[in-house]
Write a new protein. Structure first.
Length: 255
């Protein structure tokens, strides 16, 4: 609803103190960068796919965004580097490679609000590690909202909202929700069970590294954690509730 893929049927969604339905679509789009679970790339070069975030970006800016997103090395290894065609939907790249290009696209856009929609849910542990490093760069000094069933991705949030059938069932920080002993606490416990089993098996076998990822909870999947991510100053939450960064031209948002 923040990016207006859907509009609220009741109540309001505000950005910078303005109802999103009163903001010109192009002005709203400038304020929001989205990283989806399923990334779609254009049948174009790698560089032009990154430039979707900033069409007039120079090659130096493209490469800087790629380095920050930890995808420069694999791009350089492609047959034509940044001029390599990726195929319709990015068919010539792996899921992790496409995801990092999507993060580079969001980095080069440098919007003050970042939406992460299940951005690591289908990745293996190695790709998840690289993408989490890239996301740490992307989230710096931004208002970040994370939609996730993989709850280890929201533990550092300023605020976690547990949604069930469109309603907020629980609200609080990671520690507060664990103390409540409700759905969130149960979900964390269920995620830790398979991880504990894998660690035990690893100790018995004595080989390889224990998996980093805990996977999805083996419980009713309808509740979802929605959170402005923490690990950064709480002022980001204040921005979400009614103030964009000063350097952003908020005058363009109103009519």
């Amino acid at each position: 609803m923040i990016s207006r893929f859907w509009d609220a049927s009741s109540g309001s969604v505000r950005v910078g103190g303005h109802e999103v339905r009163d903001i010109a679509p192009d002005a709203l789009a400038e304020q929001v960068a989205v990283v989806f679970q399923d990334v779609y790339l254009l049948a174009d070069t790698v560089a032009n796919n990154i430039r979707v975030g900033k069409p007039d970006a120079t090659q130096e800016e493209v490469e800087a965004a790629a380095r920050a997103a930890h995808c420069h090395d694999f791009i350089e290894a492609l047959p034509q580097g940044y001029d390599t065609l990726v195929g319709e939907g990015g068919s010539t790249l792996s899921g992790g490679e496409k995801q990092r290009i999507s993060i580079a696209r969001a980095l080069i856009k440098n919007a003050p609000i970042v939406l992460l929609d299940e951005s690591t849910s289908s990745l293996d542990a190695d790709n998840e590690h690289e993408i989490n490093r890239a996301l740490d760069v992307l989230m710096a000094d931004k208002t970040v909202i994370v939609i996730a069933h993989r709850l280890d991705t929201v533990e550092r949030a300023d605020q976690i909202l547990v949604l069930d059938d469109g309603r907020v069932r629980e609200r609080g920080t990671h520690d507060e929700l664990l103390a409540q002993g409700g759905w969130y606490a149960h979900a964390i416990a269920e995620q830790e069970k398979p991880a504990a089993g894998r660690h035990k098996k690893h100790e018995a076998g004595g080989g390889g590294k224990a998996p980093r990822s805990l996977g999805n909870p083996r419980i009713t999947p309808s509740p979802t954690a929605l959170s402005p991510l923490a690990g950064r100053p709480p002022r980001r939450l204040r921005r979400l509730c009614g103030r964009l960064p000063r350097e952003r031209p908020c005058r363009r948002l109103g009519r």
